[in-house]
Design a protein around this ligand. Structure first.
Ligand SMILES: [Zn+2]
Length: 219
């Protein structure tokens, strides 16, 4: 990757897109904008919005688009003024087509509209379900152990040696709910980016290194 790039990562829960985002960030020294991170940081401030974000999180609800948009804008404004900015990775957004349109306007405003690429880390519903139900979490350091490649065989946490347990929020019902949301809200975004000719589809059912190789060929 020679030039400045904005990469929007899309993929189902369990696709490993977060891992790919981290690898891209390290490889090219990009700035990472993750909605989860922005919201968790904002929630530390104990004002109305901070408390409200926590309340919505705890109920498993979705944070409204205008609230997230404000956080992105602040972050992107900060980055726009940064010297030697190499590029940006967006992870966890857009969540619905409305947000895709808004992101378009934001990047047009910041004069980056021709730099945007969307990468879909694609896995089947069956693979997503299998991975989500079988992935584990370290009891001690909370590292998530994906159900892919050599991680499947781990007996103890590879970071701290802690014991591994199943994630309590990964039930069959919750997985189905996440997949249904993806079909309803994210699929239109994928179609939209395809039409704009900025979408790259990567087979996410390989191991992490091979998926990353395919990503690198396309950024
Ligand atoms: Zn651990």
């Amino acid at each position: 990757m020679k030039t400045f790039k904005i990469i929007i990562l899309l993929g189902k829960s369990g696709s490993g897109k977060g891992t790919q985002a981290k690898l891209l960030k390290e490889k090219f020294n990009l700035e990472y904008i993750g909605s989860g991170d922005l919201l968790r940081k904002r929630a530390q401030k104990k004002d109305f919005t901070g408390k409200k974000i926590l309340e919505i999180f705890n109920k498993g609800g979705l944070i409204p688009t205008p609230v997230i948009l404000k956080l992105w804008l602040e972050k992107i404004e900060e980055l726009k003024n940064k010297k030697n900015l190499r590029g940006i990775i967006m992870d966890g957004n857009p969540r619905k087509i409305l947000e895709a349109y808004l992101i378009d306007e934001v990047f047009t405003y910041y004069e980056w509209s021709n730099k945007v690429k969307a990468i879909l880390v694609d896995i089947s519903d069956k693979e997503a379900t299998n991975r989500l139900l079988k992935r584990r979490i370290c009891k001690k350091c909370k590292e998530i152990i994906p159900y892919v490649g050599e991680f499947k065989l781990l007996k103890k946490c590879h970071k701290c040696g802690g014991s591994l347990i199943n994630r309590s929020d990964d039930t069959k019902k919750s997985v189905q709910k996440r997949l249904a949301w993806f079909k309803k809200d994210v699929q239109p975004i994928i179609n939209y980016y395809k039409k704009k000719r900025i979408l790259v589809e990567i087979n996410g059912e390989k191991n992490i290194e091979d998926v990353f190789k395919d990503v690198l060929k396309n950024v």
